[in-house]
Design a protein. Structure first.
Length: 160
């Protein structure tokens, strides 16, 4: 989870922090070695500068809250633009297709970024997220979400 107030980087010089806070949640089934590796990636380590979204976040996050080791439930159908995730007692969220405002029918939007640093291709959707007892308060509905299969390397997204 990453939360910024004001939104990350808006109205600030590129090299300064943006008042953001971050907290990593790692599934409790991960080994200590796996959790430590994921935490170092989340902190923007082991990557070329600016090559991954986490390296970019590391330049705006002022406060890293302690990592949580909790049960994580996740499912996604990228083609249907549906998904859900749950960390009981911490955060719940999901996505559904964007609806046409006139007809209410599902509207499909797919974006391909041949040289993007977040993903190569994503399906855009409508998302919702709510935290309960978490270090970062989130309560969003009807917001942007994108669903993508990610292949990241220290040089960024593996395209192709």
């Amino acid at each position: 989870m990453v939360s910024c107030s004001p939104p990350c980087g808006r109205g600030r010089a590129r090299s300064t922090k943006a008042g953001a806070r971050g907290q990593l949640i790692v599934d409790e089934q991960a080994s200590d070695e796996q959790a430590a590796a994921v935490e170092s990636l989340f902190n923007g380590e082991h990557t070329e500068p600016g090559a991954t979204i986490f390296n970019v976040f590391s330049n705006v996050i002022d406060t890293y809250h302690p990592m949580l080791r909790k049960p994580v439930s996740f499912e996604m159908d990228r083609e249907a633009r549906t998904g859900r995730f749950s960390v009981p007692g911490v955060v719940e969220g999901g996505s559904e297709p964007i609806k046409n405002p006139v007809t209410g029918a599902p509207h499909r939007a797919r974006v391909t970024l041949p040289h993007g640093f977040e993903y190569h291709e994503a399906e855009y959707a409508s998302g919702h997220t709510r935290t309960s007892e978490a270090a970062i308060a989130l309560d969003y509905a009807g917001t942007h979400a994108h669903l993508a299969h990610l292949r990241w390397t220290p040089q960024g997204v593996a395209h192709g």
